[in-house]
Design a protein around this ligand. Structure first.
Ligand SMILES: [Zn+2]
Ligand SMILES: [Zn+2]
Length: 373
């Protein structure tokens, strides 16, 4: 089959949201080219996209890119980014054209996701181990390719995030980054039914999903955040207990009291250095600290080595997750066990959404309506 332009309904140009330099403002460009799907690629029309990073500050989020503060693994700022940069890695799209060589199982009209990872090698040790998010030759929708803040995107047909037809496309987007990260963070704690899980930043885009994935594995959740509005929200999604960091005199003591000696798991879903310095102290013997928020700069966990050894603590890090884990996280949303709290806004609100995020005014996740279905 020849590429997309046989279908007259697919335009040559589209609207895309561009950032042209670090810290630059978002510009909407109406004559950005629509990609032509190459060999073994699909062209997909983007219906919705989440905007990554609400109260959370974690790695390579859309807001970090906009601010120019995304972090490398050594704590230095990311400087190698494709410009003009088209952000967005929580996109939901419908396949509208197939490039040559796509398999029979890929159909026009099918729903697909746009995640952070765009392509992988399938040969390195991490790909072979099912940890392809760490692929040594991977490309992504930040450094190498345009993301979901545009109307049309070309995607690798062999690494497609194929979504179930009966999932709500508006709700599914935030699962592709925030939800997957939250799911994986919960999996890394290896909690059992009845165990205590602390989620620091429980009211945020990532945190409110970590609360629900924690509930889904049977944990009792203690949510930490600030203010009574957040308390109502966090309890409404299933947390047993709430600790307000604005009024608590000693959060470690609060957790130890509630969980009768400390929690089995702590997930830090915010990028605050204070949250990390105390987090491992909330664990009971054998507990696991699951880090997902990435503070700007070089921030350290201040738990004494003696405490880690004597209490037998585990400390794990977590970069998004694999495609398989993403589909597992989505399945719990499809079944209604996890319910992302989203607000749908027009595509052109992106700059305003960034501003509200910077001020910490958004609870849950903002999803932009990009193109019409
Ligand atoms: Zn993200
Ligand atoms: Zn690889």
């Amino acid at each position: 089959m020849s590429p997309s332009r046989i279908d007259a309904s697919i335009p040559n140009v589209q609207t895309a949201a561009l950032v042209t330099e670090f810290g630059g403002k978002v510009q909407f460009k109406a004559d950005y080219p629509v990609p032509i799907p190459g060999n073994n690629e699909v062209l997909a029309k983007i219906l919705y996209t989440g905007v990554c990073q609400s109260a959370d500050q974690y790695r390579l989020s859309d807001l970090d890119t906009k601010l120019g503060t995304a972090m490398n693994a050594d704590g230095t700022p990311v400087t190698k980014i494709k410009f003009p940069h088209v952000g967005g890695h929580e996109g939901i799209a419908r396949i509208v054209a197939l490039g040559p060589g796509c398999g029979d199982d890929i159909v026009i009209g099918g729903l697909v996701g746009i995640r952070f990872a765009s392509r992988i090698c399938r040969r390195c040790e991490f790909c072979l181990a099912g940890k392809e998010q760490h692929c040594i030759k991977s490309t992504n929708h930040l450094h190498h390719e345009d993301g979901s803040f545009q109307e049309y995107i070309a995607l690798d047909a062999d690494y497609l995030t194929i979504l179930p037809d009966d999932i709500d496309p508006a709700v599914a987007g935030p699962i592709l980054c925030a939800g997957l990260t939250a799911y994986k963070a919960v999996m890394n704690t290896k909690l059992k039914t009845g165990d205590w899980l602390v989620v620091v930043g429980a009211g945020g885009g990532l945190g409110h999903l970590a609360v629900q994935y924690g509930k889904a594995v049977g944990a009792q959740v203690i949510g930490i955040d600030g203010g009574t509005e957040k308390e109502d929200f966090i309890k409404s999604i299933g947390a047993q207990e709430y600790i307000d960091f604005k009024t608590s005199k000693n959060m470690v003591e609060d957790v130890v009291n509630i969980a009768n000696g400390g929690a089995q798991g702590v997930i830090v879903a915010v990028g605050s250095s204070r949250a990390f310095s105390q987090a491992a102290d909330m664990l009971r013997v054998g507990g696991t600290l699951s880090c997902v928020g990435i503070p700007a700069g070089k921030v350290f966990i201040e738990t004494p080595v003696a405490s880690i050894v004597i209490k037998g603590l585990h400390i794990t890090g977590n970069l998004v997750g694999s495609l398989k884990e993403c589909l597992e996280a989505l399945e719990l949303v499809k079944r209604g066990i996890v319910k992302p709290k989203i607000t749908v806004r027009p595509f052109k609100d992106l700059e305003n959404v960034y501003e509200e995020m910077e001020k910490g005014q958004i609870s849950g996740r903002v999803v932009l309506k990009v193109a019409n279905d």
